[in-house]
Design a protein around this ligand. Structure first.
Ligand SMILES: Cc1cc2nc3c(=O)[nH]c(=O)nc-3n(C[C@H](O)[C@H](O)[C@H](O)COP(=O)(O)OP(=O)(O)OC[C@H]3O[C@@H](n4cnc5c(N)ncnc54)[C@H](O)[C@@H]3O)c2cc1C
Ligand SMILES: *[C@@H]1O[C@H](CO)[C@@H](O)[C@H](O)[C@H]1NC(C)=O
Ligand SMILES: *[C@@H]1O[C@H](CO)[C@@H](O)[C@H](O)[C@H]1NC(C)=O
Ligand SMILES: *[C@@H]1O[C@H](CO)[C@@H](O)[C@H](O)[C@H]1NC(C)=O
Ligand SMILES: *[C@@H]1O[C@H](CO)[C@@H](O)[C@H](O)[C@H]1NC(C)=O
Ligand SMILES: *[C@@H]1O[C@H](CO)[C@@H](O)[C@H](O)[C@H]1NC(C)=O
Ligand SMILES: *[C@@H]1O[C@H](CO)[C@@H](O)[C@H](O)[C@H]1NC(C)=O
Ligand SMILES: *[C@@H]1O[C@H](CO)[C@@H](O)[C@H](O)[C@H]1NC(C)=O
Ligand SMILES: *[C@@H]1O[C@H](CO)[C@@H](O)[C@H](O)[C@H]1NC(C)=O
Ligand SMILES: *[C@@H]1O[C@H](CO)[C@@H](O)[C@H](O)[C@H]1NC(C)=O
Ligand SMILES: *[C@@H]1O[C@H](CO)[C@@H](O)[C@H](O)[C@H]1NC(C)=O
Ligand SMILES: *[C@@H]1O[C@H](CO)[C@@H](O)[C@H](O)[C@H]1NC(C)=O
Ligand SMILES: *[C@@H]1O[C@H](CO)[C@@H](O)[C@H](O)[C@H]1NC(C)=O
Length: 606
């Protein structure tokens, strides 16, 4: 034992930029990592929200050796990742896969950028950090559609708590009245907190909610199980810095000798290692380091766990011969398992923005328009991790439903999970933001995002090429249904009603163009279709369903997340959601992966 420890410590100092055994190329792993090569119990593909949790939890047992393979780099301590308000610099950067969608007929034929994280931490390293568990109805519906009570809100409570470390905001202000601390965990790996800098719009937003409390009631904590109402934003930020799946789950796990992490390496296929009970056993992974010409193969003793995210997990399953028979055959791929739900059922949240000019020269726009100020604030952040650069998404979120007597609900089935799940969300922002216009070089603004969080549109992921490095075809079918366009339109009207509150009257001057010109239903619809973007919540593309029932619509996975029709292969990431929660999706992924880790530990008794 001491000898092994010595060798591992040497490797640690040799390769690691942070700690633990971190390999930058497959070549390094094969020449220096001989100890573990044939002895990994689990090989995890992808170090994002799902994969990081599993890598951490499984290696809590020192006898379980795990290899985590990540396509992106290990540079999650990059300044642009760490400074919360630099989030907008990350999409389209070296940390993004840079996917784009097919042209969307619901968006007037536009293709949109479809960001996914390409670095340890995955999309949690490039996201906007909103911390949202989802509603009790969201999880109770998961339990219902999978027939597994373990996915219900009540059953998941231990996992929901286990994740959390409620921390103080960067400015240390008193958070009484901004969150219900009693329902949150402390001491878990994911630190999160309230806004680290209070803004002049905060009081106005809360006052407007109190004034119009019938429609926009105040909710002390949208993470209580009932999301409905307007309240303070919780975000994966602590000590003024972004918290990622890598910083929360991998950094502590890297101190363990039984976790190896290989970065800059893309898994290209899962291979069949043998056949058992007439089912293919898929425990071997084929991979290639970036810039390397060699193909490597390693076999896990127990399982391969796919955590490549909702775009790449179905892509890898297709490449491995698991998917719809006709689709695979049309590409000339050998069909190992005809599993029609792979790549189907894609769900995502569209969003648009409305902006107003304001009667103030004190908004966050100044950081964008005044370089002297921007430098000063970065200097402040560098020194103390405080100030407005510690801010993540807007300081308040609202989760709202259509009225019960809304005309659409008379003839259209309600796609939301229940009365504790929203149909749409507002994000309240003290500056200009738009997905269709460039930033004005001067002026002060207010922006309200409207997000459709219970969509009924369904899309898919498919392949155009069997080249594992070619991007898959992404068809979200955004705003494809009558319900979705109706609800987006109602969300915009509701946003304008909210902004009519007296509380806003001295702050707000007027709505900006082009949205200001969109007044009739037809004009609002055109504005939406011309400007809608994505909240970057692609999920549900390898959905779980009821146990052992095959066939289209019954789910690609069993409720324990094993891939139907296979042995040795499991999916633990946001592609496994059967339905998208009416929430931002990183925390639901953490919750799913925490339970998945226990399911795996129980199966193998460790
Ligand atoms: C711009 C943006 C903003 C967002 N904002 C928020 C927000 O504010 N709040 C929130 O809750 N959620 C937000 N999200 C969504 C949230 O981050 C994701 O839902 C969540 O990270 C999904 O977790 P995952 O494990 O499924 O995938 P990911 O976290 O994306 O992880 C997948 C990992 O697998 C790796 N990988 C993929 N293919 C391979 C391969 N072949 N071989 C090896 N590795 C591979 C990827 O590089 C990546 O690291 C946002 C996402 C984005 C992109
Ligand atoms: C995404 O685009 C940026 C900017 O062009 C580039 O630096 C980066 O390498 C691209 N990402 C990948 C995974 O290729
Ligand atoms: C929890 O948060 C507190 C306050 O930010 C911090 O001191 C502590 O280290 C965190 N715990 C973990 C496990 O990260
Ligand atoms: C925070 O404010 C509440 C309510 O005003 C008060 O009861 C509490 O003592 C304060 N907490 C701290 C740590 O000051
Ligand atoms: C906080 O949550 C607990 C548990 O649900 C509840 O009993 C309590 O009333 C809540 N507190 C407030 C101030 O809403
Ligand atoms: C820009 O910011 C600096 C530093 O805060 C300030 O002194 C200056 O007046 C600002 N300039 C303008 C044009 O507002
Ligand atoms: C802040 O820190 C970064 C990284 O340490 C450095 O590159 C940058 O110059 C610093 N900026 C200021 C304004 O202090
Ligand atoms: C709809 O009715 C339910 C049940 O009475 C209630 O809880 C909910 O608040 C109502 N929704 C709206 C938007 O008024
Ligand atoms: C819904 O009910 C409200 C009052 O309860 C009423 O003002 C409104 O007109 C009704 N809307 C529809 C579409 O029936
Ligand atoms: C919400 O409550 C109303 C009124 O009780 C009910 O008619 C409706 O079905 C509920 N909605 C959902 C999605 O459960
Ligand atoms: C994906 O969806 C599109 C349009 O909704 C459909 O034409 C196509 O056949 C689907 N592809 C697969 C592989 O399911
Ligand atoms: C599909 O592949 C062909 C041939 O490689 C390419 O020309 C075409 O642009 C691809 N289509 C899409 C939508 O990526
Ligand atoms: C702008 O705010 C000032 C007070 O700060 C107020 O006197 C003035 O009436 C406001 N102007 C508008 C157009 O609301």
């Amino acid at each position: 034992m001491p000898q092994i420890t010595m060798i591992l410590l040497t490797l640690f100092f040799f390769f690691a930029s942070t700690a633990g055994t971190l390999y930058q190329t497959a070549d390094q792993l094969f020449t220096k990592g001989g100890l573990n090569l044939d002895n990994y119990e689990f090989i995890i593909v992808g170090g994002g929200a799902g994969g990081s949790v599993v890598a951490n939890r499984l290696t809590e047992n020192p006898n379980i050796r795990v290899l985590l393979i990540e396509a992106g780099s290990s540079e999650f301590d990059n300044l642009n990742i760490e400074v919360p308000s630099f989030a907008s610099r990350l999409t389209g950067s070296q940390f993004d896969w840079n996917f784009t969608t097919l042209p969307q007929s619901g968006l007037n034929g536009r293709s949109i950028n479809y960001a996914r994280g390409f670095v340890l931490g995955g999309s949690t390293a490039i996201n906007v950090m909103a911390y949202c568990r989802g509603s009790q109805d969201d999880y109770n519906r998961w339990a219902q559609v999978t027939g597994d009570e373990g996915w219900s809100w009540n059953s998941l409570q231990p996992y929901i708590h286990k994740i959390e470390n409620l921390s103080s905001p960067a400015d240390n202000h008193n958070i009484t009245g901004e969150i219900n601390s009693t329902i949150h965990g402390s001491g878990g790996p994911v630190s999160f907190t309230l806004p680290g800098q209070l803004l002049p719009t905060d009081e106005l937003a809360i006052d407007a909610s109190n004034e119009l409390s019938n429609e926009f009631p105040f909710n002390l904590d949208y993470n209580s199980g009932n999301t409905i109402g307007l309240g303070w934003t919780q975000a994966t930020i602590a000590n003024g810095r972004r918290v990622t799946a890598a910083s929360a789950y991998l950094v502590p796990a890297m101190l363990r000798p039984n976790l190896d992490i290989l970065v800059n390496t893309q898994v290209t296929k899962i291979l069949q290692s043998n056949i058992k009970d007439n089912l293919p056993v898929l425990k071997a992974v084929q991979f290639l380091s970036i810039g390397d010409k060699k193909i490597y193969i390693l076999e896990a003793k127990k399982e391969v766990i796919l955590s490549a995210g909702a775009v790449k997990t179905p892509h890898l399953l297709y490449l491995s011969g698991i998917g719809n028979l006709d689709h695979l055959s049309s590409l000339g791929l050998e069909v190992l398992v005809d599993n029609s739900d792979v790549g189907q059922n894609l769900q995502d949240h569209p969003l648009t923005t409305l902006s107003w000019t304001v009667n103030s020269s004190n908004t966050l726009d100044n950081i964008r328009t005044n370089m002297t100020l921007a430098q000063e604030l970065l200097h402040k952040w560098n020194k103390s991790h405080t100030g407005p650069l510690t801010l993540g998404p807007g300081n308040q979120l609202a989760w709202l439903r259509l009225p019960n007597n809304s005309s659409i609900l008379e003839h259209y089935p309600d796609p939301s999970a229940g009365n504790t799940s929203a149909h749409y969300e507002f994000i309240i922002t003290d500056s200009f933001v738009s997905f269709s216009q460039s930033f004005p070089s001067e002026g002060n603004f207010f922006t309200l995002f409207s997000n459709l969080v219970s969509p009924s549109s369904r899309g898919n992921i498919s392949l155009n090429s069997t080249d594992p490095f070619a991007h898959p075809l992404i068809q979200p079918n955004m705003l494809d249904t009558e319900f979705d366009i109706f609800t987006m339109r109602e969300a915009i009207k509701a946003a304008r009603r909210y902004m009519q509150a007296n509380a806003w009257s001295h702050w707000i001057i007027e709505e900006t163009s082009p949205s200001a010109k969109a007044q009739t239903d037809a004009e609002i619809e055109t504005y939406i279709r011309n400007t809608c973007f994505t909240v970057n919540h692609v999920t549900c593309t390898v959905p779980m369903g009821k146990k052992d029932i095959a066939g289209k619509g019954n789910g690609a996975l069993n409720p324990d997340l094993t891939v139907k029709g296979t042995l040795g292969l499991r999916v633990v990431d946001s592609s496994a959601f059967p339905l998208i929660p009416a929430a931002h999706t990183q925390v639901p992924t953490y919750i799913l992966a925490e339970r998945a880790s226990d399911i795996i530990k129980n199966k193998y008794h460790f």
